[in-house]
Write a protein of this length. Structure first.
Length: 115
């Protein structure tokens, strides 16, 4: 009877370990898929951020041209407004650049962690 209980215990532990290993491999596949999706989303986010940065750079160039025109023509109030717009656009561009740097850092670490 002792041998049967020991045998049953060993078989039970083996069965539980086998089911756990199957579940673990399924979880690993799910994690790998989730990691790939996360990297794709990060690349998509960087692409959108780069497009937004290009738009902000064009807007800054327009603001600078308008500011130069207002200064040249002596329109002080318009120049002050243009200067405020230019500063706001530059702050938005800097924030966008920080976001891109963070996203690229995140991509590097996500790709490294997948290996």
């Amino acid at each position: 009877m002792k041998r049967f209980k020991a045998f049953a215990y060993v078989m039970l532990v083996t069965g539980i370990a086998g089911v756990g290993a199957t579940t673990l491999s399924a979880a690993d596949r799910y994690d790998a898929q989730r990691d790939r999706q996360e990297v794709r989303a990060d690349y998509r986010d960087v692409r959108h951020d780069n497009n937004r940065m290009a738009g902000l750079q064009a807007e800054i160039a327009r603001d600078r041209a308008q500011l130069a025109e207002d200064v040249r023509c002596g329109r002080r109030a318009a120049a002050a407004r243009d200067r405020q717009e230019l500063m706001a656009d530059q702050r938005a561009l800097e924030a966008q650049m920080r976001d891109v740097r963070y996203d690229r850092y995140d991509i590097r670490h996500d790709v490294r962690d997948r290996r």
